[in-house]
Design a protein. Structure first.
Length: 310
């Protein structure tokens, strides 16, 4: 099967999950919070540990810091746009949406479709950098909308991914590896991460109405975020190639594709757990997921011959 076929077969069922959850979400109003809790406190930490232990040291040295820096710099165009939008959109949600890329739920199936399991390790390294920013500062920004600064900071410290990353780094340095018997469990966990993450989007969309969508505003936000991500990641990769030069061509392709990835579903998970801006977060993530699907398929279709083999 071609690269386009691999990506389409991996992603399209996930969009079907969004539609199913959207259709039946009103019947299970409790499901979004339950799924969010399972993902944030269970499945995502397990996936991060496994892929970090499998990643190469050179990848861990370069990709996470690069993605953290890009995520932090994305707050600049978000801040400028927020000033122009005024009261039309929550600036804290806007900043979190700009800085947090959907590397886990969207990026894992894309990388696996293109490069197999070796591609997943690379994209998880990108997720680590994005998560180190999004699961701390991004979570804090979303929480502060409802909780206030002090309580939001306390809640941000409870998100386990940061501690999991630190423990995984120590374990890798000590030479720890995942037991072979854990492979089937991790494989199932990876699938569930994508499925449940998309389901949370659909479940929250079930609560929206037509007036919540505001297409002109959402299109403006997504266009500026997309352009900003492309410029910043292209600059970061060019700097790495010029001054560091240790990433492989495959690594650079995967990290470059992150610029096309949608807003992280974590933004919806956090908004669900905190019960704040759930509708706006779900709509923004859903629309960016549709745009990203088109962009990824288009770019892979145009440049498939230049993509390194598995």
């Amino acid at each position: 099967m071609s690269a386009l076929g691999n990506i389409a077969s991996a992603l399209l069922p996930l969009y079907g999950v969004i539609l199913l959850a959207w259709a039946f979400g009103s019947r299970v109003p409790w499901a979004a919070k339950l799924f969010s809790t399972i993902l944030v406190f269970g499945l995502i930490p397990l996936l991060v540990i496994d892929k970090m232990l499998a990643a190469e040291t050179r990848q861990l040295m370069v990709i996470p810091p690069m993605m953290f820096l890009v995520a932090a710099l994305m707050s600049i165009p978000a801040h400028r746009l927020a000033k122009r939008l005024g009261d039309d959109f929550d600036p804290k949600l806007l900043s979190a949406s700009f800085s947090f890329f959907n590397v886990a739920f969207f990026g894992v199936p894309v990388s696996q479709a293109l490069f197999g399991d070796v591609g997943v390790s690379t994209v998880i390294c990108a997720y680590i950098g994005s998560a180190l920013y999004g699961d701390t500062i991004g979570y804090f920004l979303i929480a502060r909308t409802k909780e206030g600064t002090r309580k939001a900071a306390t809640k941000a410290l409870r998100v386990p991914v940061v501690y999991v990353i630190i423990c995984a780094i120590i374990a890798k340095w000590a030479g720890v590896t995942m037991p072979e018997g854990a492979a089937p469990i991790v494989s199932i966990a990876g699938t569930l991460v994508s499925v449940l993450g998309m389901a949370v989007i659909g479940l929250n969309l079930a609560e929206t109405s037509g007036e919540d969508w505001r297409p002109a505003l959402m299109a403006r936000i997504l266009a500026i975020r997309q352009a900003s991500g492309l410029v910043l990641l292209a600059t970061a990769l060019a700097a790495e190639a010029a001054f560091v030069g240790i990433l492989s061509p495959r690594d650079r392709v995967i990290v470059g594709l992150v610029a096309l990835f949608p807003i992280a579903s974590n933004v919806t998970l956090f908004a669900t757990l905190l019960d704040t801006n759930r509708k706006a977060a779900a709509i923004l993530v859903a629309l960016s997921s549709l745009v990203s699907l088109v962009l990824v398929l288009l770019v892979v279709g145009m440049f498939h011959s230049a993509i390194p083999a598995r």
